[in-house]
Design a protein around this ligand. Structure first.
Ligand SMILES: Cc1cc2nc3c(=O)[nH]c(=O)nc-3n(C[C@H](O)[C@H](O)[C@H](O)COP(=O)(O)OP(=O)(O)OC[C@H]3O[C@@H](n4cnc5c(N)ncnc54)[C@H](O)[C@@H]3O)c2cc1C
Length: 221
């Protein structure tokens, strides 16, 4: 059995995104939006792109953001977290199956609050016992799809997520917020950082709100 404290094992990779021929993801959205008021398609400079993307956001003309898609590969998160994640319906998911994959050395995500508490040893003991019973049941012929019922929700999982920029922005707004649970919040923040690297204008406002401002606030404490 392996244990990860909080999000220490979280690994998020942006494995694909809509790559226009000119390599400009911001331009894909801004120039698509521009056609609704222009006689011809045209290439916009940086300033026009920023202005247009801000305008689209302000007017709620958000369907234009759907032209850009992002695919993330995520590991080191719990099933508690993916249960919340997959409530976001306008996305595509592929998750590691507990029906087909035998968990040889189960990994668990354990909240910091528990790792640092008086319950730590008792908690670890239960994880060990659940893992051991799972292993013995599978070895004795119980189907994996049945044996998995004993596994705690904190078990680590792997998932691929594809969202378009509209849904990704919506997801980030809800899940980077302070009211969101810590694990999905850490996931959403990492997804925001990665999306911002390839499409800075599309995510500029959210990046400033949830990454820059929070970093500044933390520094000032
Ligand atoms: C802080 C927090 C606490 C939460 N607590 C709970 C809880 O206690 N219990 C619980 O069950 N859930 C809870 N949720 C989950 C929440 O209710 C939503 O299911 C989840 O956040 C997905 O949001 P969504 O429906 O807006 O997004 P998505 O499914 O990502 O959809 C995006 C948008 O598309 C539109 N849309 C999608 N599907 C439909 C539809 N069928 N009809 C009309 N419009 C649609 C809506 O505008 C929606 O906002 C919580 C979420 C957060 C962020």
């Amino acid at each position: 059995m392996e244990v990860c404290k909080g999000s220490e094992c979280l690994r998020v990779e942006l494995v694909a995104f809509s790559l226009p021929r000119d390599g400009d993801v911001d331009g894909l959205v801004a120039e698509s939006g521009a056609i609704s008021h222009a006689p011809e398609f045209r290439t916009l400079n940086e300033e026009r792109k920023r202005h247009l993307i801000e305008l689209l956001r302000k007017l709620g003309h958000e369907s234009v953001f759907e032209h850009a898609c992002f695919t993330f590969r995520v590991e080191g998160i719990s099933r508690v977290c993916t249960h919340q994640l997959v409530r976001h319906r306008l996305a595509s998911y592929t998750q590691q199956s507990q029906r087909y994959v035998k968990l040889r050395n189960p990994k668990y995500i354990v909240p910091e609050s528990i790792m640092d508490s008086e319950f730590r040893d008792e908690y670890m003991e239960l994880l060990e016992r659940a893992s051991d019973l799972y292993r013995r049941m599978v070895e004795s012929g119980v189907r994996k799809e049945d044996a998995r019922f004993i596994l705690p929700q904190g078990i680590e999982t792997k998932i691929v997520i594809t969202m378009n920029a509209r849904e990704l922005r919506h997801f980030i707004k809800l899940r980077c917020d302070k009211s969101a649970q810590w694990e999905i919040r850490n996931l959403a923040k990492r997804m925001l950082e990665l999306a911002h690297e390839v499409a800075p204008l599309l995510f500029e406002d959210l990046y400033n709100e949830f990454i820059v401002n929070e970093r500044d606030r933390a520094k000032s404490l």
